[in-house]
Design a protein around this ligand. Structure first.
Ligand code: SAT
Ligand code: MN
Length: 584
């Protein structure tokens, strides 16, 4: 039934788009080798040094196709009010008409690839089947790493009988004619005019977040922009945590954290389950379980180094696609932050020769590596567990130079939902637009929530009501607070372990805390900051709650909440009111 539906759909799309050939992808190694050869021949891929980077390639994108284009991303549902004020909306019939015009004949001279893929581990009841039709071999090569692709997905399709349709064409890569469209009422995606990860790898943000968030609401589960990690304590107990940060705020680094030596010596261990997306649902014991729907990492390259994230470096050593990084004369790659000393010369991400001291970066700030998750040295043995891992804590975080303390814990699930809903962060290079501007990014889902944000928050509260006391504890962190001189107060990276340890202890019912107007914060003894070289003033600054600043925050949140009208859950308005009271 479903494979017939798939064949009909492929025929329909082929009639519309007129490809020269159709290739059904089976996911085999031979297919991958042939595809890589083709990408090298047509100039998309540059093979890297086979010793230093086996089976790895550099790709350069069009210079105006380097990040997600949120302004051209649409939720196409019947009623605009169901997309809500934080999404762009298009009328489904009208946009279908426009898209048909763009897709007509757009694959002439090209191959159309049929890419069946799984989001989720094999043999998991949580796993969904998607099929992407695309004229971009670069997309196929990336999908092969980011998802479980090919025959495995067709087999699952014949069991499940349902798949999410994703149609993609790079078109002419014209930024004026770019559409990333989601049809939550029919579980389908149509993307035109971009070859960039988040716009074109339709399993990732489009299916696993925008559509899945809408499906999860209907079915009683959650799709979240969260890393998943497992922490083993010296007693051998495992605590699983998810964390939501906006794109390019260190999620991949936190997911692959290496504990400081003294923690390792004491028996602490951190393992990665996922670095970007979590699907959460109740298990038979009433707890919330998470799976990572992806099979690879689409990590930000700049800033990643053997010092900041050795696990990511190991993961992307081989079988990796690097996009928009710099190429060294010895066919290795480089990006800002990889080494202290830049190479004496290289080719920049645009293909121009580059020397240290140049006014432009060698690698694009949003340059990426696409690497198999299985290659990560700290990947958890549980990462493909069909039932997922039970979650004890959820962390929210943003990039805030001021106002927001290092860590605090919510008083309740509702209060934690409020902490997530009021997340703000300085914008990074992962989306187009000016970097550094402060914006609200609720649960780091602003660009990824597939329906009305007010309804989404209500869904969070409903999930909390269902899970009761078994729900994860909720925390907020800010690694990015600066002092008056503009220097980061917190070293971050491995030292984030101090904060994780306190969070684990809080989940276990230990871990001392003091109550502040914002939430519970660690006592000085609970968070051992000795040996950090922080002055008492700096330590105080890390945890400072400036009541005047916070009164302004409350006011600002009230304004932010207003746009959600009567779909703002009363519980969230009440939390802002309660915060105002606690501050006075
Ligand atoms: O830009 S992507 O959506 O592909 C990755 C990210 O921003 O998390
Ligand atoms: Mn992301």
């Amino acid at each position: 039934m479903s494979s017939i539906e798939l064949e009909h759909w492929v025929d329909d799309v082929a009639r519309l788009t007129s490809p020269d050939r159709i290739q059904w992808c089976d996911g085999s190694a031979a297919e991958s080798d042939a595809l890589n050869r083709l990408l090298v021949e047509n100039g998309t891929f540059t093979p890297l040094d086979p010793q230093r980077h086996p089976n790895s390639f550099l790709a350069r994108s069009a210079i105006n196709d380097v990040s997600r284009t949120e302004g051209q991303t649409y939720i196409c549902c019947s009623r605009p009010e169901d997309a809500g004020p934080t999404n762009n909306w298009k009328n489904p019939q009208e946009i279908q008409h426009t898209l048909r015009g763009l897709f007509r004949g757009c694959m002439r001279g090209r191959t159309m690839y049929v890419v069946p893929y799984l989001m989720g581990p094999p043999n998991s009841p949580h796993t969904r089947v998607g099929v992407e039709l695309t004229d971009s071999p670069y997309v196929v090569a990336n999908m092969r790493i980011m998802t479980r692709m090919g025959q495995i997905a067709l087999d699952e399709l014949s069991r499940q009988g349902h798949f999410v349709k994703g149609l993609h064409s790079i078109g002419l890569l014209d930024p004026q004619e770019r559409y990333i469209c989601h049809f939550p009422e029919e579980d389908s995606i149509i993307s035109f005019g971009s070859n960039y990860g988040g716009n074109a790898l339709l399993g990732k943000k489009c299916l696993a977040l925008r559509l899945a968030s809408a499906i999860g609401r209907r079915e009683g589960w959650m799709a979240e922009h969260m890393l998943i990690l497992g922490i083993t304590d010296p007693q051998g107990r495992k605590t699983y945590i998810t964390a939501a940060f906006p794109s390019a705020c260190g999620k991949t680094n936190l997911a692959m954290l290496i504990p400081p030596p003294e923690y390792q010596a004491a028996g602490w261990k951190v393992e990665t389950i996922g670095d970007d997306i979590a699907w959460l649902r109740f298990g038979p014991d009433g707890r919330l379980y998470a799976i990572n729907p992806e099979a690879g990492f689409f990590g930000v390259a700049p800033g990643t180094s053997p010092l900041t994230n050795p696990n990511a470096m190991a993961a992307c050593r081989s079988n990796t696609i690097f996009t928009n990084v710099a190429l060294c004369p010895d066919n290795t790659v480089w990006w800002e932050g990889l080494t202290q000393e830049p190479p004496a010369e290289c080719i920049d991400w645009m293909g121009n020769s580059w020397k240290p001291g140049s006014t432009t970066p060698a690698a694009h700030p949003n340059s990426r590596f696409t690497a198999p998750a299985s290659q990560c040295p700290c990947i958890s043995p549980d990462w493909e567990r069909p039932e997922g891992v039970p979650i004890s804590a959820i962390i929210f975080g943003g990039r805030r130079a001021s106002v927001m303390p290092l860590v605090h814990q919510a008083f309740s699930w509702q209060h934690g939902t409020f902490l997530g809903a009021t997340m703000t962060s300085e914008k990074t290079a992962a989306a187009t637009g000016p970097v550094g501007v402060l914006r609200h990014d609720p649960m780091a889902m602003l660009p990824f929530c597939g329906y009305h944000m007010g309804d989404y928050w209500q869904h969070w509260l409903d999930m909390g009501a269902r899970g009761g006391d078994l729900m994860p504890r909720i925390f907020h962190v800010n690694w990015f607070r600066k002092d008056a001189q503009g220097r980061y107060l917190w070293p971050g990276f491995s030292d984030n372990m101090h904060v994780l340890k306190w969070i684990v202890e809080r989940c276990q019912g230990t871990g001392a805390a003091v109550t502040t107007p914002l939430g519970d914060m660690p006592t000085a003894e609970a968070l051992n900051l000795e040996g950090f070289g922080l002055s008492p003033e700096q330590q105080a600054e890390l945890f400072k709650v400036d009541r005047d600043e916070w009164r302004l925050e409350v006011h600002e949140r009230e304004k932010f909440f207003r746009q959600f009208g009567d779909r703002l859950p009363a519980g969230l308005r009440a939390e802002n009111e309660a915060l105002r009271q606690r501050l006075s």
